[in-house]
Design a protein around this ligand. Structure first.
Ligand SMILES: C[S@@+](CC[C@H](N)C(=O)[O-])C[C@H]1O[C@@H](n2cnc3c(N)ncnc32)[C@H](O)[C@@H]1O
Length: 262
């Protein structure tokens, strides 16, 4: 863990409001805490996805990847074991379940993900609303091919994986989607890229859109990006969970920023 992240975690535990929402006066956020953050899931719901995660964690096959992300500083080589990617890149159960619960609650019809990796978070989101169309963007073809196998083994048919650099694929994907109800931004964690993706996706938002940014406390740049996003005039409610930052664009709600213990 880097020093910046460690300091942010301490700040979060000192400033975050109570997990059960007792001191949250926004009815919208109180409702969200009760039905999403405190939701209890039956583990069997995700058994196929978690079985697939275990397989990936055990898979010592080496693959050559094309690496675009800011996280690539950690490992300069382009040859990685699948087990290494599974251990270091994928959303852990608690956060993957949060994506699932948010989608169950908000019922988005169009879901966009930036950063498919091996397909674990895409699978959770697809399970959240099997009626939704999930479009997930991944730079590396080798990784995307493994993600497609994840969809197959979890019997998921509502995920489309688009391969290429976000900077080249996002514009076309957005104009095809026309409206984005839910977006999970989990790749290329730099300040500039994060703000660029936020502004691009904002053009396709509606009043029900939810956007989630992963790793908002990972670096100073990501924290600065988050501060700009949460203060943006278009955002009505922001929720800082230290790892995830969530923003809503609801009409008729007083603009408020929350830091909630999760
Ligand atoms: C943290 S992983 C995604 C994890 C996945 N969302 C999950 O939780 O299961 C980020 C992925 O984004 C991809 N990526 C990063 N920057 C990219 C870019 N500029 N264009 C395309 N893909 C990119 C990487 O190849 C990597 O697979």
């Amino acid at each position: 863990m880097n020093t910046f992240l460690a300091k942010q975690i301490v700040r979060y535990f000192v400033t975050s409001g109570h997990k059960f929402g007792h001191r949250v006066h926004s009815p919208f956020v109180f409702e969200l805490i009760q039905s999403v953050f405190l939701a209890k899931n039956s583990r069997s719901t995700f058994s196929k996805i978690e079985k697939r995660r275990k397989e990936l964690l055990r898979d010592a096959t080496e693959i050559t990847i094309q690496d675009f992300g800011a996280g690539s500083k950690r490992n300069a080589s382009n040859v990685r074991k699948i087990s290494y990617i599974a251990r270091t890149s994928l959303s852990q159960g608690k956060y993957a379940r949060l994506l699932y619960n948010l989608i169950q609650h908000c019922k988005p019809k169009t879901i966009l993900e930036l950063g498919t990796s091996l397909g674990i978070s895409s699978a959770y989101m697809a399970y959240g609303n099997p009626e939704a169309k999930v479009v997930s963007l991944e730079g590396s073809e080798t990784i995307a091919a493994i993600a497609r196998k994840t969809m197959h083994s979890c019997e998921i048919e509502n995920v489309e994986i688009v391969v290429g650099n976000f900077d080249e694929t996002l514009v076309g994907v957005l104009s095809k989607m026309q409206s984005v109800d839910f977006a999970f931004i989990d790749g290329n964690h730099t300040k500039e890229a994060t703000l660029r993706y936020f502004n691009q996706i904002c053009e396709y938002r509606n009043s029900q859109t939810v956007m989630i940014f992963d790793d908002i406390s990972w670096s100073e740049g990501m924290r600065e990006a988050w501060n700009t996003i949460k203060d943006d005039k278009r955002v009505s409610i922001s929720i800082d969970l230290c790892k995830f930052g969530i923003v809503f664009f609801r009409d008729g709600i007083v603009k408020q920023n929350f830091v909630i213990r999760y």
